[in-house]
Write a protein that binds this ligand. Structure first.
Ligand SMILES: *Cc1c(COP(=O)(O)O)cnc(C)c1O
Length: 466
């Protein structure tokens, strides 16, 4: 049964972000069911899902209330569109709920089916806004290197993932990228080892430099994740966001905060924007909005933009068949109600986040770990070669090795290069956090044992790549 499924998968299924040939040779892992914070594969192995699906199953698996919300809504009204002056109860209630949870200046929502579609919507709205405002020359959008905003053409263009850009064909023009506030990767290295806070200010200053290069009246918006997720759980230095806010205010540039991962409690607040005290003009959301039970995304729209588009914009020629899908909206609404009723966000902020931080920090003494960092329930480990204190040779793919070992030992931990990441369900218990950290340590131990002979075999290199 398992082998026939794998064979059919190999024969007919092209997986996202996957080397098709390599996967075909290895065979895919079949996940059959899940409960709480655990997934179970077809061989019956129980695996602690340290990534909450893909940063989204915030309430954990097996929540009957969400199944019921979907079932009830499917019976009542499985689909109707929200084009052409129609609406339905779940989408209205969800919009109102989202606005009550978001920072005070955000009082409207545009719904989409995913985070990528949310960022396509962002690009359309940003450019439309400035045209309606009578400043059509404000068209440039500044994103960041190694930022992730999805995989549609607009999403990948706003994002700064070099491998995606190299494969993506022509990108949307008028988008440029500045350096990311990644201290371990770019501030710590080399002889100019910098103080993290000075480095954070320098990264914000790079935005101002780019604005002046492009022309100070030509920039429409800046887009960033509060904490970079797919880029490697990169927590910016504390100096970064206040300095960014000041630069954007100085040149009247819109702030787009991509909350697709950080929203809905990941950082211990309802939104990363609350943690960093940001008042975004646009806030794309998805993933945790429905705890991943059904696909739904959206953009929370600030008053400044909403008022302009409502009063002066005329028809906005944009939308998706499934914008505000009733079943997805009903599940998202129930998800948010459960989070409120169970105090999930406060618990991450006051108990689980600080507890994970303490336990995760104990991994710092591992010879393979150059840095252990966390915020809320998102955490990363930077792998280093104990012999040099620097990165391993890229050819060793130490991160992938550690990820595969970890999975085999019962913990889903993701790798981004040689950065190991976790982002577990927000309902994880203290005990399960202890297990997670123990499993991560065992995976590090086995990775070190595997790598030791390979590192010894490497011919001495003269220069390490930056
Ligand atoms: C996942 C993600 C997206 C894209 O969302 P999809 O639902 O996969 O289209 C956009 N932005 C961020 C920050 C993400 O993590």
């Amino acid at each position: 049964m398992l082998h026939s499924l794998q064979a059919l998968d190999r024969a007919h299924h092209l997986h996202p972000f996957t080397d098709f040939k390599a996967l075909g040779e290895e065979g895919s892992r079949v996940i059959e069911r899940a409960e709480g914070v655990y997934i179970y594969d077809a061989e019956g192995n129980r695996i602690l899902d340290g990534m909450a699906g893909l940063w989204c199953v915030n309430l954990g698996y097996g929540r009957e209330e969400l199944v019921e919300a979907a079932t009830e809504q499917m019976r009542q009204l499985p689909f109707y569109n929200t084009f052409f002056k129609t609406t339905h109860p779940p989408v209205v209630k969800l919009a109102a709920k989202l606005c009550s949870l978001a920072p005070a200046n955000l009082n409207h929502v545009f719904f989409t089916g995913s985070g990528s579609e949310a960022n396509d919507t962002v690009l359309r709205m940003v450019r439309r806004y400035w045209v309606v405002k009578g400043k059509p020359e404000k068209q440039w959008v500044i994103g960041r290197e190694n930022g992730y905003h999805g995989s549609t053409v607009a999403g990948l263009s706003l994002g700064g993932m070099a491998p995606m850009h190299d494969q993506g064909g022509p990108r949307v023009p008028g988008i440029t990228h500045v350096r990311q506030p990644y201290w371990f990767g770019e501030g710590r290295v080399g002889e100019e080892r910098q103080d993290p806070e000075a480095f954070g200010r320098q990264c914000a200053a790079a935005i101002e430099e780019r604005i002046l290069e492009l022309g100070e009246d030509k920039v429409a918006a800046f887009i960033a994740e509060p904490v970079q997720g797919a880029g490697g759980a990169i927590i910016p230095p504390e100096s970064y966001w206040p300095a960014v806010k000041a630069v954007l205010a100085k040149y009247d540039i819109l702030l787009v905060v991509d909350e697709v991962i950080c929203g809905f409690g990941r950082l211990g607040e309802w939104f990363g924007s609350v943690h960093y005290d940001l008042a975004p003009d646009l806030m794309p959301i998805a993933k945790g909005l429905s705890s991943g039970y059904l696909p739904i995304g959206g953009v929370l729209v600030g008053d400044r933009i909403a008022d302009t588009l409502i009063e002066e914009g005329g028809e906005f020629f944009h939308g998706f068949t499934y914008s505000g899908h009733p079943v997805c909206a009903a599940v998202a609404l129930r998800n948010l109600e459960i989070m409120e009723a169970e105090g999930v966000v406060e618990r991450v902020r006051d108990e689980l986040g600080p507890y994970l931080a303490r336990r995760w920090a104990t991994l710092t003494d591992h010879p393979l770990v150059g840095e252990a960092r966390s915020l809320g329930l998102m955490a990363a480990l930077e792998l280093i070669d104990p012999a040099s204190g620097e990165r391993f040779d890229e050819a060793l793919t130490a991160g992938n090795l550690c990820r595969d070992i970890s999975f085999r030992r019962g913990l889903v931990m993701r790798s981004v290069g040689d950065t190991m990441i976790i982002s577990p369900p927000l309902v994880i218990s203290h005990e399960q956090i202890d297990d997670l950290v123990s499993l991560a340590r065992e995976a590090l131990d086995e990775t070190a044992r595997c790598l030791a002979p390979r590192v010894a075999d490497e011919p001495p290199t003269e220069e390490k790549p930056a």
